[in-house]
Design a protein around this ligand. Sequence first.
Ligand code: NAG
Ligand code: NAG
Ligand code: NAG
Ligand code: NAG
Length: 464
Amino acid sequence: MEATGRTALYICSVLFILTDVSPEFIHIPTLVHHGIEGNSLLLSVETRFPLDEVEIQGTWSHTRLSGTRATLVTFTKEATITDMMYRNHLLFREPNVSLLIRKLNRDDEGNYQLNLNIEFHNKTGLVIKEERNVHVTVDVPVSTPIIKKDPSYAVVEDKANVTWTCSVEKGTRVVFQWLRDNIALGPSDRYHFSQDSSSLLISPVRKEDKGTYSCVASNPVSQGRYSRAVELNVYYGPYNLEVNSGQGLRTGEVFTINPGELVFFECQADSNPPNSYVWISKSRNATQVITEGPRLEVRSYRLAQAEEYLCRAFNNVTQKQDEAQFTLVVASLGTGKEKHIQGGSSVSLLLTTGFAITVCSLFFIGCMLLFFLRRTCHPKRVLMGIYNRPLSEQKRPHRSGHEDATEDFGIYEFVSIPGKMESAQASCRSLARLESGYSVQDMHTTIYDVIRHVPETPSHSLLK
Ligand SMILES: *[C@@H]1O[C@H](CO)[C@@H](O)[C@H](O)[C@H]1NC(C)=O
Ligand SMILES: *[C@@H]1O[C@H](CO)[C@@H](O)[C@H](O)[C@H]1NC(C)=O
Ligand SMILES: *[C@@H]1O[C@H](CO)[C@@H](O)[C@H](O)[C@H]1NC(C)=O
Ligand SMILES: *[C@@H]1O[C@H](CO)[C@@H](O)[C@H](O)[C@H]1NC(C)=O
């Protein structure tokens, strides 16, 4: 116990003595200097003792990178002796004992050592010895780097290597860095940098290497200097071939369209240069080129028949191609507008309602004409009813006596209830079908069916 206590006390007193005995008499703000060739450099020293209370004696010496050592300046408070070889090159600055080096050259690089003995007047015999080291490098600022690409032309993915080189006319200890689209490039299994990074080999070149390249040169005395940007064009693809259409209903690779609807298909693939596209129809065994270009226009009336199509994209530089197959089915889908009504868009609601009213009005006119014609031909047969009231109230009293739908068009009802979204649809409706509770989607099918029956009547041309 006693021994450890004594050790602690001993350590404490040693620390106290050390801190007390070694106050900093000289301070050097910068220990490493990056000088510029041709400029002067001050190895600045701050003295922290009262100069008039001490005697000083010291030296500045220089050790070159090669190891050669020379004493540059010997000084006391009264006198300074500068080595003859350096008389015009160095300036010793009193009173703070800084050293100024004029017109720096590469030979001035290395370590500078300041040795200083300080003797205090009032404490005769006490000499404090100080030693400090300052490191100096001398560099030439870099000029704007020059970037080169080999080969200079555009290359094909996976088939070529590209070598980039960056060089500077002036500059020492230059470090290079490479950027693509302003993002620094690091080593990877396809990127091979030379030792000083002055060259970059990309082997092999890929699609993602496409971009704008530049190099940056820097050294201890120059911030990064940028070369001009050079484009690397890489031919690739086609990739990610896709067929899309704004119309119809898509389920995987099957597009369902309304009969008679004009549908556009768009074929897209990522490729450089842009692909050439060919559309092929595959009916039964035979394949047939229908059209070229990224767009296909189809209008089909053949119900419930599936047709196979193929979009083929070809890149005439990479000599690669890709295909996408899809099936076209023609079926009654209703119009897409009904979806908008349920979606609650007031604009499309208005449009749809307007559309429906127009259709109904036309139909009504048609019915009236038909009614007229029929009346003249078969005065006792047909009765037409036009209503502008809710369905539930009106359908029953007017149904009886009009079930014969083969010759007759039935009773048509115009429904328009403003306010509620669901009931705000206006449509013509065959009374014969009301019983089975047809939903909104079926209304157009109903209209369609009625129109299809029209040619049997004399009013055919008018309804069209
Ligand atoms: C040392 O003295 C020189 C000349 O008087 C002066 O230019 C320099 O700033 C001084 N340096 C410091 C660190 O005081
Ligand atoms: C690209 O470089 C690789 C080695 O990295 C070499 O095997 C290949 O032949 C080079 N290709 C071309 C087109 O020069
Ligand atoms: C490649 O196709 C493009 C159009 O996609 C065309 O302009 C170009 O002339 C074609 N080049 C060759 C070599 O066929
Ligand atoms: C399709 O081709 C096969 C053989 O190539 C042939 O036997 C068959 O009759 C063809 N079918 C049609 C519908 O052309």
